[in-house]
Design a binder for this molecule. Structure first.
Ligand code: NI
Length: 393
């Protein structure tokens, strides 16, 4: 079977669904209406839907006409606390919440795949499990890990997941072996100085200056302590200090993230950051501490060559070899890694960057939007991967 043409026929449905979900995004752990709408679509396809205890999201099995193995397809469904600035006619109606990571596309592509697979289930040699996962953005137990504990992988022989990705040009698809997405940590730092009048710095210890020095010094962990051959990112995403223009701040705090693939750094990174934080502060006569450091997700690594091949062949057979494009490792995090730790899995990227139509903003940007032309491809790859995996087993 080749899903290319079927996907063309399903395209209007996929785009309609994408726009619907784009307009009503919900944050992690709040995906109530999103889940309801997904269930309605799946039930309309005649599927029996299962929900989870204490979590939104749902799953459904497409039981094929012939016996065989079980392959799972996963889409994450949550949105981000970002105020949308796209000006799209179907922009978010939920103020301050936006599908800025394309999970609306994931929902619609998987619904499109579900439709194609359901219509052809007699030809399926086994079962396709659809997993609509909540709370991916939270980067905590509440996403993939929670669903695994509720049995979503029971009986599953392989799993495929994909992310629509604005780093990769449309309409390329990336499926390759090796490191794909990084381990992700969140950390918090607190600084204690001494507040004083803005005109008398000698009477205080300026927490803002201390914080600035710490933030600059943290980059030496990446550039001077770490091998240039070892991917590592330390980014500070939020700072908080001060009360007024003429008051020297006595306290400051900031938070950031660390990304790596290195098992050694899982232990070393928090130690190195604590060392830089404490000693930089001491140099200024202040005190500071790394108040928390937590690894949130493990890395996504495509290590199953057979599944990588099935994915690549699926793309080749539908869209030609030229559609497959290599892409460097991404330092973003993805809790899809938890599924891969339990069962063989593969993770792909669907390119959606298109300067010609202004789709140039990266995932998580307030003007993020995708080239909708690629949605049918994403849906087709979901379906083709599932079909081919079952066919070969
Ligand atoms: Ni995402």
């Amino acid at each position: 079977m080749n899903f290319r043409e079927l996907a063309e026929k399903t395209e209007s449905y996929i785009i309609e669904q994408r726009r619907f979900f784009h307009a009503c995004p919900e944050l992690s752990m709040q995906e109530k209406e999103t889940t309801k709408a997904i269930i309605a679509q799946l039930e309309a396809m005649g599927l029996e839907v299962k929900t989870f205890d204490g979590y939104y999201g749902c799953m459904a099995d497409i039981v094929g006409g012939q016996p065989g193995k079980m392959v799972a397809l996963r889409a994450d469904i949550d949105a981000l606390p970002i105020k949308e600035e796209t000006g799209l006619p179907y922009a978010s109606k939920n103020e301050g919440c936006m599908h800025a990571c394309g999970h609306d596309c994931h929902i619609s592509m998987l619904l499109g795949a579900a439709k194609m697979l359901t219509e052809n289930k007699d030809k399926l040699k086994g079962t396709v499990r659809l997993i609509f996962q909540p709370s991916e953005e939270a980067g905590s137990y509440d996403g993939a890990a929670a669903l695994i504990d509720q049995g979503v992988l029971d009986g599953v022989d392989a799993i495929y997941g994909a992310h629509i990705w604005n780093v990769l040009e449309a309409p390329y698809v990336n499926i390759e072996s090796g490191n794909r997405m990084a381990s992700t940590a969140e950390f918090h730092v607190e600084i204690e100085g001494l507040s004083t009048h803005g005109s008398s710095p000698e009477a205080g210890i300026d927490a803002i200056v201390v914080m600035s020095a710490i933030i600059m010094n943290l980059q030496t962990f990446v550039s001077r302590n770490n091998s240039p051959l070892n991917p590592l990112v330390v980014s500070v995403g939020k700072v908080e200090a001060g009360s007024r223009w003429n008051v020297i701040a006595g306290k400051a705090k900031f938070e950031g993230t660390v990304r790596t693939f290195s098992p050694a750094l899982l232990e070393e990174a928090p130690k190195a950051i604590a060392r830089i934080v404490e000693n930089t502060a001491a140099a200024y006569g202040a005190t500071a501490k790394l108040s928390s450091f937590e690894w949130m997700v493990i890395p996504v690594i495509n290590s199953d060559e057979k599944l990588v091949k099935i994915g690549q062949e699926a793309v080749k057979k539908m869209y030609g070899e030229e559609t497959l494009k290599p892409m460097i490792t991404q330092m973003g995090g993805e809790d899809f890694s938890y599924y891969m730790r339990k069962v063989p899995g593969v993770f792909a990227f669907i390119g959606s960057h298109n300067p010609e139509t202004g789709k140039i903003y990266s995932n998580h940007h307030e003007k993020y939007d995708v080239d909708e032309e690629v949605l049918k491809r994403g849906a087709a790859v979901y379906a083709q991967f599932a079909y081919d995996f079952l066919d070969q087993e």
